[in-house]
Write a protein that binds this ligand. Structure first.
Ligand SMILES: [Fe+2]
Length: 320
């Protein structure tokens, strides 16, 4: 009998308000982020569309929900609290696996006022819950109740034959810069994780906020060590890489050792559609394990239909 695993990919919902929030809104880099929200971004993201997406995800019978960050605008404490409620409505920490985006790391903050609000959604599996060959590769377990820090990434969760690896490319950057970086330590641990999960025959899904292919982004918005990440993928492969950040659907591939690695960017979950290719969407993947341990991958696009106030199937093929 064939086994099927279904999972959804959502990203960049930015469905918080910066109205109120005290003087912190007007300090340092947050001033430009607040101005951008007040003049522009607040008209692009609608919490009601996120609510419609959450209802729709619940109707899709998915096993897991993967979220590639940017739930906030300028990393205010009030935004982390609101987004924690949105995550709770989306699913349990066991079902939902989250990585932070650059807006969730907009300025340096105390973890208690930031990622700790999302701790159970951000954490990878504890080493004690992983199969023995993978246990030594688990990310360090933060103290109870704390979120992973940048130094704790990559995170790893296993669901059935799925190995889901979370990367953190989000670091505080200067004003008008939205790039990201993994760093040598994270890349080294990622290579070990991809090798071990590949050798063990898992379907490997990599989550990263930034697009990874070199030359697809201006330098100020790019993943600065994307070439090094592509080098890791060329040696280890991966079955699927998921990212956000662009608020647009993107499909690219990079070479792996045996097959090209598909890299898929998903639009925002809450975008009202200021441009046709930016209207809210999310993706649902189905991984089938065939006899002999091979996998096949299917994908569906679900997009927001303003007339119905609901997400509906989009009759385009994600993989062309
Ligand atoms: Fe982003």
């Amino acid at each position: 009998m064939h086994r099927e695993i279904r999972f959804a990919h959502l990203s960049d919902w930015h469905a918080t308000t910066l109205a109120g929030g005290g003087l912190d809104r007007f300090r340092g880099k947050r001033i430009s982020g607040w101005a951008s929200w007040a003049l522009n971004r607040r008209r692009h993201h609608d919490p009601a569309i996120l609510d419609a997406a959450i209802r729709d995800v619940h109707a899709q019978s998915v096993d897991r929900i993967l979220v590639t960050g940017d739930l906030t605008h300028i990393s205010l404490p009030q935004e982390f609290r609101v987004a924690a409620g949105q995550l709770a409505r989306l699913g349990s920490p066991e079902e939902v696996f989250l990585i932070p985006g650059n807006h969730d790391c907009y300025v340096r903050t105390d973890p208690e006022n930031a990622w700790d609000h999302w701790a159970p959604y951000l954490r990878g599996a504890a080493s004690s819950s992983l199969p023995s060959p993978l246990a030594p590769l688990a990310s360090p377990s933060p103290e109870d109740g704390r979120a992973p820090t940048y130094a704790d990434y990559p995170t790893l969760r296993i669901h059935d034959r799925l190995a889901i690896i979370g990367l953190c490319s989000s670091i505080p950057t200067p004003i008008f810069v939205a790039g990201g970086e993994l760093g040598a330590q994270q890349l080294e641990r990622l290579e070990a994780l991809l090798s071990a999960t590949g050798d063990a025959g898992y379907f490997r899904v990599l989550m990263i906020h930034h697009p990874i292919a070199a030359g697809t982004e201006p330098a100020r918005r790019a993943l600065w060590d994307g070439e090094a990440l592509c080098g890791v993928l060329a040696r280890t492969g991966a079955e699927l890489v998921l990212h956000g950040h662009k608020h647009r659907r993107r499909l690219r591939t990079v070479p792996g050792p045996r097959a090209d690695v598909p890299i898929v960017g998903v639009p925002s979950t809450s975008e009202v559609g200021s441009k046709p290719d930016k209207q809210a969407q999310y993706h649902v993947y189905t991984v089938r394990e065939e006899a002999g341990g091979a996998f096949t991958l299917g994908a569906e696009i679900r997009g927001y239909d303003a007339a119905q106030g609901a997400f509906v199937p989009v009759s385009e093929s994600l993989f062309g």
